[in-house]
Design a protein around this ligand. Structure first.
Ligand code: SF4
Length: 250
């Protein structure tokens, strides 16, 4: 027992400060894409051809990168480093699907819920995670948020087992045909008003499975309040998005 106590004392305080300017991520982390449209001639479209998820389109001679489709493989940056670069900024979540389309202009981050919703959920949010055909990576990063390093509960946000006890759902995975009904039933079981979060490229756009007949996607009549890009999203990206939605970060 003494050994355990000494070990705990040596480990010290492991919970990170958040938000904090002092957060250092791995140099391998690929965060917010920075696009230099002016450096692009716009006439080869090789970046669009090489992208495995069709996340890049050439519009009016300039590349547009859809963060909701991007799996952060880095192929575009390796092909054309003068135009595409992935920075260390983990703040990627957005409130509108269209805000994930990057053109090299100002990035629109997630907005706070409207006043009435913020009053209800701003200090306490319970989410039921629906793993709707995910590979386990987005789910793992959600689980990590509940560890002592991130300590999601200190912000008043918790993942719960029953949709009846939840204020909303957090969807991961492409929503396969087999999970369509389960997603619908879970969504319907959450009392209104409710929140929907799409976490990861698969939930947002189908990711690398987009267009596959087994990929149903989140139905249009289930309105999404928060889109969290990534494959998978970093736990800090999820945390930042949730806290922005609740108005805890501006
Ligand atoms: S990093 Fe994203 S946009 Fe670039 S090639 Fe990979 S999936 Fe496509």
């Amino acid at each position: 027992m003494l050994k355990e106590i000494i070990s705990r004392l040596k480990q010290g305080h492991r919970t990170i400060d958040f938000p904090s300017a002092g957060i250092k991520l791995s140099p391998r982390f690929m965060g917010l894409p920075e696009i230099k449209c002016d450096a692009c001639g716009g006439n080869c479209a090789k970046c669009a051809d090489i992208c495995p998820t069709g996340a890049i389109e050439i519009t009016a001679g300039k590349p547009v990168l859809d963060m909701g489709r991007c799996v952060f493989c880095g192929k575009c940056a390796a092909l054309c480093p003068g135009v595409f670069k992935f920075g260390a900024d983990y703040k990627l979540a957005a409130s509108k699907r269209g805000d994930l389309l990057l053109t090299g202009e100002v990035v629109k981050r997630a907005e706070t819920l409207d006043a009435s919703m913020k009053k209800i959920f701003g200090r306490s949010l319970r989410l039921r995670v629906v793993s709707a055909g995910g590979c386990g990576a987005c789910e793992a990063d959600c689980n990590v948020l509940q560890t002592l390093v991130f300590d999601l509960g200190r912000f008043g946000v918790q993942f719960v087992a029953s949709p009846r006890h939840a204020d909303g759902i957090l969807v991961t995975g492409t929503v396969t045909q087999n999970m369509k009904l389960a997603l619908r039933k879970t969504y319907d079981a959450v009392p209104a008003p409710k929140i929907v979060v799409a976490a990861g490229a698969c939930a947002i756009s189908g990711g690398i499975y987009a267009g596959h007949p087994e990929t149903a996607g989140i139905p249009e009549d289930i309105p999404v309040n928060l889109y969290i890009p990534g494959c998978p999203p970093h736990p800090l990206t999820i945390l930042d998005g949730l806290l922005r939605l609740l108005g805890r970060i501006e």
